[in-house]
Design a protein around this ligand. Sequence first.
Ligand SMILES: [Mn+2]
Length: 153
Amino acid sequence: MKILVVSDSHQQTTNLEHILKKEADAKAVIHLGDGAEDLDFCLPLTAHKMIWRVRGNCDPLACGLKEEQIFDIDGATVLICHGHKYNVNYGLQSLYFAGLSHSAKVCLYGHTHVQKADEAEGILFLNPGAVKDHRYALLFIENGDIKFELKQF
Ligand SMILES: [Mn+2]
């Protein structure tokens, strides 16, 4: 399954729409916060897609989104969070232990606005960068097999 991973759109819905059009064949969209509600302004581009999103430190409490979600996609456990609660600005150690404790294969986070992929103990840590800065990522999961691409436009 092709999954579009975005973060930190910070109200740049024009950029978000551009990405959604470019990757229109993605079956799912994951927004990692700070602009998580921006997806609501991108209908009908998000219609018929699975959507997962989490609240970032700049998103209002009233948006009602959780700060973290853990779910399975085609045989792989995925943990998503904005990252501020795990202090990702100072390294990935806390997120690494969260990933380990949930047996995650992929941990997705944002917040730093730095597009980055790391691997530790078979866990992929992926930050798609900021939509605001024309960055996003693609994740492909098939039968537990994981591939990714870091993109810019
Ligand atoms: Mn943030």
